[in-house]
Design a protein around this ligand. Structure first.
Ligand code: GLU
Length: 448
């Protein structure tokens, strides 16, 4: 079988079977584009239909989520869970609550998750879920009722050995608490390992909140080290100001770098003194306010509603907001300003055109499925602690996270070298390394 023709046929089938799901097509193309050298070396994978099966989720759930708002009006949202692959362990991946959520978005995220989770080396399959619910401006009571209604359908599909959701955009410790409470109430089981990202006080893991942001910085640090470089005295731009961005800022500062800009959906903020993390946390986490409130509180800062955060000159960029936020023009601006490394803290924040610009310019580029794997890896550490009814210290957990990120980095480079001709090709390395682990398990488990 001609490998390239086979890959093309699989991609065509993805497009035919999932019409209009642009983000899923994009994520599938990104992975499939890397896999020719792997299939060349393992002809049995094509014969066993590994790609055909990997691109079709094992199970897709879509359900109604009715709830009552504070005015007494009935609201209806759409809930999703795409259980993509259980080759390596229970389905694992977050829940996203955002008005943009639809089946195509959930599938792209679930597909990415398969390879990301495989790269961590841990026993976790891939899945993703969420709802087109907008938590912005909603009261605590509304959030609770929404989460309870969401779980009233989803609980029957979950279990610590079946499917283990966590947070993503719009879902943090508060939402996980309400979801867990409803799961426990319906099932009459205190099943700690059914959800991760729980608060530390009742079964969560230390360092889980920080893990995605910290991990992305560790990954960037490893990439920079291959060129004798690091974060010390470097100017850094972090897009977003949610959980991933906040802890990326914290770790960059701990390593001696200076984050000069961050953003939210309303605009971006420049503070050449370095972002004041306490103030940022107060604005985004406590007050749940717009980022402009930061500039109102700090005279050295400037808020801009137009343009993009990538116009701010920097040495290192960490896109930590959302998919396709960094396009070709942003990439060109970053390269022009001398960016050395880009590591994706969010899932697929760079468009394929932007990635091509970085590649051409020789900029170190860490794709999300490698660079942001620290979040889900720490979720797997949370599952380990839950299974053992144990709690590790912050230091112990963070040091395990650092080791995982180092291993992911090493694996990407080694695989890029073995299957291509450039160890800096982290896209090839991450896709092939993740794929090989899943494909081997699928082959051993038979046609299922
Ligand atoms: N939503 C995160 C991700 O994109 C974390 C998933 C998890 O911890 O299960 O990887």
């Amino acid at each position: 079988m001609n490998v390239r023709t086979h890959i093309e046929a699989v991609y065509e089938e993805v497009r035919r079977r999932n019409p209009g799901e642009a983000e899923f097509h994009q994520a599938a193309a990104e992975v499939l584009d890397s896999l020719a050298p792997a299939l060349d070396r393992h002809p049995d994978y094509a014969e066993n239909g590994i790609l055909d099966r990997l691109c079709e989720p094992e199970r897709q759930l879509i359900f109604r989520v009715p709830w009552v708002d504070d005015q007494g009006a009935v609201r209806v949202n759409r809930g999703f869970r795409v259980e993509f692959s259980s080759a390596l362990g229970p389905y694992k991946g977050g829940l996203r609550f955002h008005p943009s959520v639809n089946l195509g978005i959930v599938k792209f995220l679930g597909f990415e998750q398969i390879f990301k989770n495989a790269l961590t080396g841990m026993a976790i399959g891939g899945g993703k879920g969420g709802a087109d619910f907008d938590p912005k401006g909603r009261s605590d009571g509304e959030i609770m009722r929404f989460c309870q209604s969401f779980m009233t359908e989803l609980y029957r599909h979950l279990g610590e050995h079946t499917d283990v959701p966590a947070g993503d955009i719009g879902v943090g410790g508060r939402e996980i608490g309400y979801l867990f409470g409803q799961y426990k109430r319906i099932t009459n089981r205190y099943e700690s390992g059914v959800l991760t990202g729980k608060p530390v006080a009742w079964g969560g893991s230390h360092a889980r909140t920080e893990a995605t942001g910290y991990g992305a910085v560790y990954f960037a640090q490893e990439m920079l080290a291959t060129r004798g470089d690091g974060f010390d005295s470097r100017r850094v731009v972090v897009s977003g100001s949610g959980n991933v961005a906040v802890y990326a800022v914290e770790k960059v500062h701990a390593l001696g770098g200076r984050v000069v800009a961050c953003s939210d959906s309303s605009g971006y903020l420049v503070d050449q003194d370095g972002i004041d993390l306490e103030l940022l946390k107060d604005v985004k986490e406590v007050r749940r306010a717009r980022i402009s409130a930061y500039a109102e509180a700090k005279p050295t800062a400037r808020f801009t509603a137009r343009g993009t955060v990538y116009d701010v000159p920097c040495d290192i960029a960490l896109p930590c907001a959302t998919q396709n936020e960094l396009g070709r023009e942003d990439a060109v601006a970053l390269v022009k300003n001398g960016v050395r490394a880009v590591a994706e803290g969010a899932n697929m924040p760079c468009t394929p055109e932007a990635v091509a610009v970085f590649r051409e310019a020789g900029v170190l580029f860490g794709p999300g499925k490698a660079a942001n794997a620290g979040g889900v890896a720490t979720s797997a550490l949370e599952m380990q602690q839950n299974a053992a009814r144990d709690t590790w210290s912050f230091e112990q957990t963070e040091s395990r996270l650092a080791t995982v990120m180092r291993d992911v980095h090493t694996q990407c480079r080694a695989t890029a070298e073995a299957y291509g001709d450039n160890p800096d090709d982290y896209v090839l390395g991450a896709n092939v390394a993740g794929f090989l682990r899943v494909a081997e398990a699928m082959t051993a488990q038979g046609v299922i």
